[in-house]
Write a protein that binds this ligand. Structure first.
Ligand SMILES: [Zn+2]
Length: 187
């Protein structure tokens, strides 16, 4: 039985349609998606069934614009607001990885708050203990750093007008995505 449509355009003329029916595909270790595309409804960490979904608005601008910080933070903020691109995604985690993420965020935020309390109370004491002040400061900063590491569901690489790309999803999730012809697998 002949199923090919002899009147269909050649594959080269419709690359995305041919290799990427969903608008989400992989290039090496990166997920690439067109704005508005639906990501596969699988856990980003293990490719298992999703128990919790997250909708995120992501923003990115070219690193070159960081140079405008030299002109002052207000100039940078204005330039960044104008130069940035945005995209919206909805992704999911299984119950195990969602719980793990919550526990780690709880620990990270808890460390920050504990550190802040130690810092403030250390400063307020007349016979201030420098160990408590510095320990509190380190705990608070460490907690904030941990939050910035644990919190993102994916690691954004770039966003442009039409598409965006990111890393940080597991191998099985990537493996289930289509790869455009000619793309190389870097990992
Ligand atoms: Zn999972």
């Amino acid at each position: 039985m002949i199923t090919d449509n002899p009147y269909a355009p050649p594959v080269a003329e419709r690359p995305h349609e041919a290799v990427d029916p969903s608008g989400v595909w992989r290039e090496g270790d990166q997920v690439v998606w067109r704005h508005g595309a639906s990501w596969p409804d699988r856990c980003l960490r293990c490719n298992g069934p999703v128990a919790r979904r997250y909708r995120r608005d992501l923003y990115w601008h070219s690193p070159i614009w960081y140079l405008t910080i030299l002109l002052g933070p207000v100039v940078y903020i204005i330039v960044a607001m104008i130069a940035r691109h945005s995209t919206r995604i909805e992704v999911g985690l299984c119950s195990r990885h969602a719980d793990e993420r919550i526990n780690r965020l709880f620990l990270a935020w808890g460390s920050s708050v504990l550190g802040l309390v130690a810092l403030v109370s250390g400063c307020a004491m007349t016979d201030a203990s420098w160990a408590q002040v510095w320990g509190g400061l380190l705990l608070m900063i460490g907690g904030f750093v941990a939050v910035t590491i644990v919190s993102p569901l994916i690691r954004l690489v770039r966003i442009d007008r039409h598409q965006a790309r990111a890393t940080g999803v597991c191998f099985d999730y990537l493996a289930a995505l289509e790869t455009p012809a000619g793309a190389t697998w870097r990992s």
